[in-house]
Design a protein around this ligand. Structure first.
Ligand code: GLN
Length: 538
């Protein structure tokens, strides 16, 4: 195996932006012409985050091959601009499942199955398998959690063991830590970092590079102190300040020399990156000329991470339209109770994202109706499309009892219902949704076709219910257009209202495919419509 490995661990506290650091480094390496891939090892016992409540975990990111993954995989895709796979995310749950399954099949031939070596072997196997399948020149491996957590210990032990099997200069350990600022004494403190590095050292890992997250600049004195106590050269202590835009992080880390010291450690050729396009994109993000307000009406809006890719796709569309998109986070239940005229008075578009279950559904329906009746741009994603269909059935077609069978199993007009192959699937909820990339064929005479400018597209899915074709004729007769179809199974993928400036619902999740320098076409069109709505002063 010639691939070089970069391990990224985190210390002191969680939520340091370790994933962003790893992703940004990936971008910097890619801009130098290196073939990069990146994976995340998550220490929790769930097999994947698919069954977790978004409040616990934030969004579930879906890959083309249908893996339900950690939201950091989304950061990776957006930063390194590669479509990742199920190999790029592994959890403790998957590791244990594989080991226990092997044990049940007699695979250990009577041996005692233990964390070391069996669990750690399985971890190493997953890393090697991803490297073999994806064949990058450099594989970045981020270890979830914080050094010192019981859960992440087997992962740290596994990467320590892995190092012993690698050549000199074949791997680089980066430790991302926090340098807190004590306002009472006006000082930046290095002690937590020292402790965290000691903890790493005690399990046999010596970091090569320390990335220091801080609210304030870290001067040379602090860097040399960290270097001295943590056993790394001063130039390998890299400052990582808060950025104005997430996408500015690669540029800041480039300036601080992160990539240079990593390449040194790996004994790889130093090359000049061309960051002009990326910088122009960041500039567009930081100082756009226009702005608009988008209401995001969802169930988990208190935790913005629950809609991370949607928020990022809106940001990308802002960049593409030279505009700042201000998201107005609105709890669907507040719309149920409140007055829509008041709630939506200052917004230029409404987006209803994906979701599961009953809570908030009525509020989303009020939002969808308000957008439809007030010619306000509407974008419904997955559940947001289903909501638009139900609302339309109730108030345009006059079927007051229309519903999705997810919420009302006995609805007389089940306009959204279960796919046949899902009927017996509900008992085992993990990993049984319609997941991953499917083909969608576009009707030529449609807004969707205009936006994509392609007849066939591939979009990622994560849902169980579908538009019920039994009612297709009635919807069509009253004006709703079905402009995107799954050609193999005849499933409705996109709906539009032609007499409306922008009313689009999609059964898939376009947000997962948006990139900062290539906004998703429908998102881009939605923001363009919102800006037009605003300019018309409606
Ligand atoms: N709950 C709906 C379904 O399962 C929508 C899912 C979603 O929005 N991701 O079909």
């Amino acid at each position: 195996m010639d691939t070089k490995l970069i391990f990224v661990t985190g210390g002191v506290v969680s939520s340091l932006g370790k994933g962003i650091t790893a992703a940004a480094l990936g971008r910097l390496l890619k801009e130098r012409g290196y073939k990069v891939s990146i994976m995340k090892l998550d220490p929790y016992l769930n097999v994947d985050p698919g069954t977790m409540n978004p409040y616990q975990h934030g969004e579930v990111f879906v890959t083309d091959d249908g893996a339900e993954t950690d939201l950091d995989i989304g950061h990776y895709e957006r930063f390194i601009d590669e479509d990742l796979t199920k190999l790029n995310n592994t959890t403790t749950g998957q590791i244990y499942s594989a080991v226990l399954d092997r044990e049940r099949r007699g695979g250990y031939q009577g041996g005692t199955v233990q964390v070391i070596p069996h669990i750690t072997d399985e971890i190493k196997l997953r890393i090697k398998r991803a490297i073999t399948a994806l064949s990058p020149e450099i594989m970045i491996v981020e270890i979830g959690g914080t050094v010192g957590d019981i859960e992440s210990q087997p992962f740290l032990e596994a990467i320590r063991q892995l190092k012993t099997q690698l050549a000199v200069h074949q791997c680089c350990f980066i430790h991302v830590t926090l340098i807190p600022y004590l306002s009472a004494s006006g000082e930046l403190k290095t002690k937590p970092t020292q402790h965290s590095v000691k903890e790493l050292q005690s399990i046999g890992i010596q970091p090569d590079v320390i990335v220091c997250r801080s609210d304030y600049p870290i001067d040379r004195g602090i860097r040399s102190k960290i270097g001295l106590f943590c056993n790394v050269p001063e130039e390998n202590v890299i400052e990582n300040l808060n950025a104005r835009s997430l996408y500015e992080v690669p540029l800041m880390l480039e300036e601080r020399g992160l990539c240079r010291v990593v390449l040194n450690t790996l004994s790889l050729e130093q090359r000049e990156p061309d960051l002009r396009k990326w910088s122009a994109m960041v500039q567009g993000d930081i100082s756009p000329e226009k702005e608009c307000n988008i209401a995001l009406v969802g169930k988990y809006v208190e935790l913005h991470d629950a809609y991370l890719s949607v928020a990022e796709a809106l940001r990308h569309s802002g960049i593409a339209n030279n505009a700042r998109v201000n998201i107005k986070w609105i709890a669907a239940e507040d719309v149920e109770r409140g007055c829509p005229e008041e709630i939506f008075k200052d917004v230029d578009g409404i987006l209803v994202p994906g979701g599961f279950g009953e809570r908030g559904i009525d509020g989303m329906m009020v939002a969808s109706r308000y957008a439809r009746e007030h010619m306000l741009p509407y974008f419904g994603i997955c559940l947001g499309m289903q909501i638009a269909v139900i609302e339309y059935a109730r108030h345009v077609l006059g079927w007051a009892d229309a519903h999705s069978t997810e919420v009302d199993f006995n609805a007389k007009h089940p306009v959204i219902n279960l796919m046949e192959d899902q009927v017996n699937n509900i008992e085992r909820i993990g990993g049984t949704l319609r997941l991953g990339s499917y083909t969608c064929r576009l009707e030529k005479d449609s807004l969707a076709y205009k936006l994509y400018n392609e007849e066939e597209v591939h979009e990622r899915h994560r849902h169980r219910y579908e538009f019920n074709n039994e009612f297709l004729d009635a919807f069509r007769a009253s004006g709703m257009k079905f402009t995107g179809w799954n050609p193999r199974r005849g499933l409705a993928e996109i709906i539009e209202l032609p007499d409306h400036p922008f009313f689009v619902g999609v059964q898939f999740h376009p947000e997962f495919k948006s990139r900062p320098d290539a906004a998703h076409p429908i998102f881009r069109g939605f923001i363009a419509a919102a800006l037009e709505y605003k300019a018309a002063g409606k």
